[in-house]
Write a protein that binds this ligand. Structure first.
Ligand SMILES: Cc1ncc(COP(=O)(O)O)c(C=O)c1O
Length: 400
């Protein structure tokens, strides 16, 4: 799985004090090529939450003209990125932040066609925007979030992220009409994120039955969503132009990309390739982001204990959300202690040889959350650290 060895990383980072985080650009660009190849020639909007590093967002957007714009995660983040020169911003989640909406309104007046687009899924979202706009303000551009969930047994089973209440063509058209009626908002986009396909690996290790159930669900969900998304986009286009139809994520690039109605795909996690993306049948990525921890004690001959490491990923709270020991290969977390707030005991064969002062390399379960733990990322190319760049946190920016 890894193209780097422990010895190689240790040589490269000889002068760097652990804990530290890094991104292997060789691996990241190989993941980038793989993602572009899977996206069926569609543009990719880069999901900023999955990178949380301005310098890397810039590098990625420069890399290929098919990287078009950012899918952002909070309105203050979006405004901060806009201030720093990023363009073509689509905020993926609704906001209730009236102060930030006020700032967005000013931006929309200054440049109505280029201001960020914000997400809505109900009348209350529209009213919140209208509430901060002066009577003759330029309209704020909005995007309808269409629920991409898969409903089975007549709607008694609902699979997928619990986000938007807009699921049917009729509901989407009703909200689009509501937007059309209101002069201070302008419908610019439709987004639907199929988390149950893009964010769920279909080959969970050691769980064959669950894997089969996931593949069953995903196959049906892909077919159902393709039809519904196309019908919604067509119905909205009867009312107004709809330049953007966004869908998908790292795990569904080829599936979402195959839908004619989709104009662009969102993706971010695939650049860093965290462990939650290790178990998909459709693709395999190269681990590109990691962090190093120092070994600070040896409770027994077979256990080496690292400082820190308890960087759990958000989500369901299962063990897949724990960080994973990466290099040297063969290390394991302790079943009782997992990854700890201040200490992480590691066992497995290589632990016998690890001594106080050695370092181990770990991977996070999710992508951007790693950057909330470190102020900087060391960027590797070949056998060299070519740059050290601040994460969002390193720039004093913690949005969530
Ligand atoms: C709205 C939306 N689109 C796309 C994605 C996919 O992002 P990634 O490629 O990082 O999995 C996500 C991830 O949660 C999302 O919430």
């Amino acid at each position: 799985m890894s193209v780097r060895s422990h010895a190689q990383l240790e040589q490269i980072f000889e002068e760097v004090e652990a804990p530290f985080a890094f991104v292997d650009l060789d691996a990241m660009w190989s993941n980038s090529d793989a993602m572009l190849a899977r996206a069926m020639e569609k543009p990719i909007r880069v999901a900023s939450k999955s990178l949380r590093c301005r310098a890397l967002l810039e590098r990625i957007l420069r890399r290929d003209e098919r990287y078009a714009g950012l899918l952002t995660f909070t309105l203050p983040e979006t405004l901060w990125l806009a201030e720093n020169g990023f363009e073509n911003l689509l905020l993926a989640y609704p906001t209730a932040d009236t102060e930030a909406l006020g700032e967005l309104a000013l931006r929309s007046v200054a440049n109505p066609a280029e201001a960020p687009i914000v997400m809505v899924d109900c009348v209350e979202h529209l009213e919140a925007i209208e509430g901060v706009l002066g009577a003759d303000a330029a309209p704020v551009r909005v995007c309808i979030d269409l629920d991409a969930g898969w409903w089975a047994l007549g709607g008694r089973v609902k699979v997928g992220p619990k986000r938007s209440p807009v699921h049917t063509v009729e509901q989407a058209v009703a909200l689009a009409q509501e937007i059309e009626r209101r002069p201070q908002v302008e419908l610019a986009a439709l987004m639907s994120y199929e988390g149950q396909i893009a964010g769920v690996g279909d080959q969970p290790p050691g769980r064959r039955l669950r894997g089969a159930a996931i593949r069953f669900m995903q196959k049906r969900s892909v077919a159902e969503l393709a039809e519904r998304r196309a019908a919604v986009a067509a119905a909205i286009r009867e009312l107004t132009e709809l330049p953007i139809v966004n869908g998908g994520g790292t795990g569904s690039l080829e599936l979402t990309g195959a839908e004619d109605s989709v104009t662009e795909i969102a993706a971010g996690s695939g650049f860093y390739a965290p462990t939650l993306f290790d178990h998909y049948s459709r693709f395999s990525l190269t681990p590109a982001a990691g962090f190093a921890l120092p070994i600070v004690r040896k409770p027994t001959a077979g256990v080496a204990t690292a400082l820190g490491g308890g960087y759990l990923a958000s989500g369901s709270g299962d063990t897949a959300r724990l960080p994973s020991p990466w290099l040297p290969e063969g290390l394991k977390l302790d079943v009782e202690e997992g990854a700890g707030e201040v200490q992480t005991p590691l066992s497995g064969l290589p632990a016998r040889d690890l001594q106080v002062g050695d370092r181990v390399y770990m991977r996070h379960a999710k992508a951007g959350e790693l950057c909330e733990r470190f102020e900087a990322l060391h960027l590797l190319e070949g056998d060299e650290i070519i740059d050290v760049v601040p994460t969002y946190r390193g720039e004093g920016q913690t949005f969530l």
